[in-house]
Design a binder for this molecule. Structure first.
Ligand SMILES: [Zn+2]
Length: 292
């Protein structure tokens, strides 16, 4: 079963090359963009409320599915109205300079991506179907919800690539890490309205589990070449666990006491989480919708 993860890695490289990408790629999950209550004052502050800034729309499309895997993935996405919900959250959160798209499609591989040429995030039906299978095989009693969670965080990873491109944001560090961080920031931090992302902690936890299962599928081997821009699956699992713990060490202490997150890493996770949160708040601040 190492083959499928290897295939994923290779298809990622191919897909990225094909898209000339600065763009997203990889993985199995999906997710969304977020907001911070204090950052979003557009400039000025005149007494008269300015009209809300013009913003692009998020258009969704479920493409046809032909293979059994793709048909199953499409069914899961459509039954949950996944794209509808993600599109709504993006429109509620970001001021977009133009329209963007979210597309469910048969890709014939396990991947998701952002295409800067079309400004569309593509979620592969096979990706969510693959996650559902992995969760079910691991004994998860609600493999559909878990797979939807992983796909949701995967979407926000791709939205990380998209926002870097759309707003031409400056960043340092590997783009794949930065994209994962936007996903965690969105799911674990309160939005512009001060409210938590619905089920954000569960989604993040299932995302870490999804990476764990994906790593296990390849027998914990590093299937990525050393020069790849993505961290290994198992590293992404530890990153997610670190950010979940770091977002609220008191509430999430069991991640450490259970041994899932080694203390060597855990000691820095609160700082790590706060630093990346501060970074994304500053990056997205000017582009966030104000509450109301
Ligand atoms: Zn990516």
């Amino acid at each position: 079963m190492g083959a499928s993860a290897l295939k994923r890695s290779i298809t990622t490289l191919v897909a990225c090359a094909a898209l000339l990408c600065a763009a997203g790629c990889q993985g199995s999950g999906a997710r969304q963009a977020d907001t911070n209550p204090s950052a979003a004052q557009p400039s000025g502050g005149s007494a008269h409320a300015a009209p809300p800034p013009a913003s692009g729309k998020v258009k969704i499309r479920y493409e046809e599915a032909h293979s059994p895997e793709a048909q199953r993935g499409r069914q899961i996405m459509q039954d949950a109205r996944l794209l509808e919900g993600l599109a709504q959250h993006v429109e509620d959160t970001l001021v977009l300079p133009g329209d963007m798209g979210i597309v469910g499609k048969q890709c014939d591989n396990v991947n998701d991506m952002y295409d800067p040429n079309t400004n569309e995030i593509e979620l592969c039906y096979e990706s969510i179907e693959h996650s559902e299978k992995n969760f079910a095989a691991s004994g998860n009693p609600d493999s559909v919800t878990a797979a939807l969670d992983a796909e949701t965080s995967g979407f926000y990873h791709e939205l990380g690539h998209a926002t870097l491109a759309i707003y031409q944001l400056a960043f340092t560090g590997r783009e794949e890490d930065v994209a994962d961080q936007l996903s965690a920031f969105t799911l674990l931090n309160p939005g512009a309205d001060g409210k938590p992302y619905p089920n954000g902690l569960r989604i993040a936890t299932n995302t870490a589990e999804d990476w764990k299962l994906s790593a296990k599928e390849s027998n914990d081997a590093n299937e990525l070449p050393f020069w790849d821009g993505h961290p290994m699956d198992v590293q992404r699992m530890y990153n997610w666990q670190c950010w979940i713990y770091g977002s609220n060490p008191a509430a999430n202490a069991s991640i450490v006491t259970s041994g899932d997150l080694p203390e060597d890493r855990a000691g820095n996770c609160e700082d790590e989480y706060q630093n990346m949160t501060k970074g994304w708040q500053q990056l997205l601040g000017p582009h966030l919708r104000k509450p109301n």
